[in-house]
Design a protein around this ligand. Structure first.
Ligand code: CP
Length: 316
């Protein structure tokens, strides 16, 4: 996939973390940091006045949808918003995705799309001449989640190299994990420990891609093997919607849980705890008050600023 150079965001679709380089990550992160400072000073943005950002979400979403919606509005754009088009749009009458996207391109300056089919955003983006942003495609990728996760790590540790992290949960279907591992794989000296049930290990195609990268990956079998010196724990839910057998999901859903006792035994004072959310029980709510837990606060806020930055760069 063609890389985006740091000064080439204008009118580019954001489809995969593969498009980014350390320089283009920095461009987004510098812009997002500036927006945080400006927000704290009460600056109101007008850069995207007159622009229409369309949100087409074929899968449920709380964060990504509302984060993009507020990001667009905070930059001065207006939004056309569709959640559940499978029941509320002409999809119900049998309209193809190809026709829908070509129609919406007439109304919009940018389309942000979430869909249950891996690869569909990339495919549809080739049919229109406005940029598209992948807001999660099936079990494929979630590039803007990886951007906000990496921005969160960068703000906390001041770097994205020489980090040690634990990634736990559903590595097979978890698109945020695929994008995050590939993103961190672009920097020197990172080590990731992966903790997942055998059935939910990384898909072979992702393993193949990361083998070519700079990152060191090590599977661990159980919580006992978690090294104590991780910079971050990134926990994920088991993705119920990808299972055809509900019983199998029930067996796997609580495979690994962060509890106060696990954090005491295997955590350290300087680490952070992250989760893309939603969580469905894999982080004990007692952890929420811990200052190391970023998933309900810093991580979510950073998501809005990163999306403001991205929309500004793509549409500005
Ligand atoms: N992290 C994330 O993608 O959350 P939503 O599914 O609520 O958008």
């Amino acid at each position: 996939m063609q890389k985006i150079k740091k000064d080439q965001f204008s009118n580019r679709s954001i489809l995969s973390i593969d498009q980014f380089t350390p320089d283009s990550f920095n461009r987004v992160f510098n812009e997002a940091s500036a927006l945080i400072n400006e927000h704290e000073r009460g600056v109101i943005h007008h850069e995207l006045n007159g622009k229409i950002v369309t949100l087409l979400f074929y899968e449920p979403s709380s964060r990504t949808f509302s984060s993009f919606s507020s990001a667009a509005k905070r930059m001065g754009a207006q939004t056309v918003e569709y959640q559940n088009p499978t029941t509320t749009s002409s999809y119900v009458k049998g309209e193809t995705m190809e026709d829908t996207i070509r129609v919406f391109a007439n109304y919009s300056d940018c389309i942000v799309m979430r869909h249950f089919t891996t690869g569909i955003v990339k495919k549809l983006s080739r049919m229109i001449d406005i940029p598209m942003i992948n807001a999660g495609d099936g079990s494929g990728e979630h590039p803007t989640q990886a951007l906000l996760d990496m921005f969160t790590l960068h703000r906390r540790f001041g770097r994205l190299h020489n980090l040690k992290g634990l990634i736990a949960g559903d590595l097979l279907y978890g698109r945020t994990v695929h994008s995050l591992i590939k993103g961190l794989g672009k920097y020197q000296g990172n080590t990731l420990y992966l903790l997942a049930p055998e059935r939910l290990k990384l898909p072979p195609y992702v393993e193949k891609e990361i083998k070519k990268m700079k990152i060191k990956i090590e599977y661990i079998k159980d919580e006992k093997s978690i090294p104590k010196d991780c910079n971050f724990w990134y926990w994920t839910r088991v993705q119920k919607e990808r299972f055809s057998d509900p019983e199998e999901y029930e067996k796997l859903k609580k495979s690994f849980v962060i509890t106060p006792s696990l954090l005491k035994q295997k955590g350290n004072a300087n680490m952070v705890i992250m989760h893309p959310l939603p969580r469905i029980g894999e982080i004990d709510i007692k952890i929420d008050k811990d200052p190391r837990a970023l998933y309900l606060s810093t991580q979510v806020k950073n998501g809005m600023y990163v999306r403001m930055a991205l929309l500004k760069l793509v549409l500005g």
